[in-house]
Design a protein around this ligand. Structure first.
Ligand SMILES: *Cc1c(COP(=O)(O)O)cnc(C)c1O
Length: 228
C-alpha cells in the first residue's frame, strides 16, 4: 500500500470509529479530501480508491487540476476558500459546490455567472461561529436572511452550513460552537428543508464534530501530508 493510500484509509477508519462511538451510520458523514496545493496525480490516486469529493482554496491551482482531471466524470469539486468578487466567474464555471458563501453580493454574482447549461451550484453558508472579528463568515443570527436571499436565485441550490471554529485546544469551547451550529442547521431546515449538510470538523476535531452532527469533515494534511 502506498503512503497516500495508507493515510487515506486511516482517515476513513477514524471517521467510521467516530460514527460508531456516537451511534451514527458511517454513511452519515462524508469525507471532503482537501487537496489544495497537491498535484492532480494524487487526486487521481484517491479517485481510483473511491474518493469523489475534493476541496480547494487557491483558484489557479484548482482550475489547473479540474481541467487536467476533466475525464473523471463524477468527481466533485468544492470551493472552500475566501471569495473575492473578481473570482466568482471562475468559481461558478468550474466547481460543483461553494462552501464559503457569506454575503448577498457574492451569491448574486455566482448565480448570474453560473452557466445555464450546468446544474445549479450547491452552496453552503459560512458561519463565523466563534464571532472573531477578522474571520470570514456571517453571524449566526444573519443566516436566515442570507438563506432567503439565496433561495430566490435559480442557479444556486442552498444545501446547508459550514464553519471553521476557533483555533483552540479547549474542547468545551469547541463543543459549544459545534453544538450551536447543529442547532442553527435545525432552525434553518424549518424554512429550508433541503438544508441537510453541516460541513465542520478537520483533522484535530473530527470526532467532536461528528458527535455534534457534522455531515461532512474536511481533511487535508492527514491525507496528503503537510503543505509547503
Ligand atoms: C485547508 C483547509 C482544511 C484542511 O486543513 P488540514 O489542516 O490540511 O487538514 C479544511 N477546511 C478549510 C476551510 C481549509 O482551508
Amino acid at each position: 500500500m502506498s503512503t497516500l493510500e495508507q493515510r487515506y484509509q486511516t482517515v476513513r477508519a477514524h471517521i467510521s470509529s467516530a460514527c460508531e462511538q456516537t451511534h451514527r451510520s458511517s454513511e452519515a458523514v462524508k469525507l471532503l479530501a482537501v487537496s489544495k496545493t497537491k498535484p492532480a496525480q494524487m487526486v487521481e490516486v484517491l479517485y481510483q480508491l473511491g474518493q469523489r469529493s475534493f476541496g480547494e482554496n487557491y483558484l489557479q491551482d484548482a482550475v489547473e487540476k479540474i481541467t487536467q482531471l476533466a475525464h473523471l466524470a463524477d468527481i466533485e469539486w468544492h470551493f472552500i476558500g475566501p471569495i473575492q468578487s473578481n473570482k466568482t466567474r471562475v468559481i461558478a464555471e468550474h466547481f460543483q459546490w461553494v462552501e464559503t458563501l457569506d454575503r448577498d453580493k457574492i451569491a448574486q454574482r455566482l448565480n448570474d455567472q453560473r452557466p445555464t447549461s450546468a446544474p445549479a451550484l450547491n452552496v453552503l453558508i459560512q458561519i463565523n461561529i466563534s464571532r472573531e472579528e477578522q474571520k470570514s463568515g456571517i453571524a449566526p443570527e444573519q443566516a436566515e436572511q442570507l438563506a432567503a436571499f439565496i433561495e430566490q436565485l435559480p442557479q444556486l441550490s442552498l444545501r446547508g452550513l459550514m464553519c471553521i471554529p476557533e483555533a483552540t485546544q479547549d474542547e468545551s469551547k469547541l463543543a459549544a460552537q459545534f453544538d450551536e451550529m447543529q442547532q442553527l442547521l435545525q432552525q434553518l431546515a424549518n424554512n429550508h428543508p433541503q438544508c441537510t449538510v453541516l460541513s465542520m470538523g478537520m483533522s484535530n476535531d473530527l470526532a467532536l464534530a461528528v458527535k455534534h452532527g457534522s455531515s461532512q469533515v474536511r481533511i487535508g494534511t492527514d491525507i496528503f501530508g503537510s503543505r509547503d
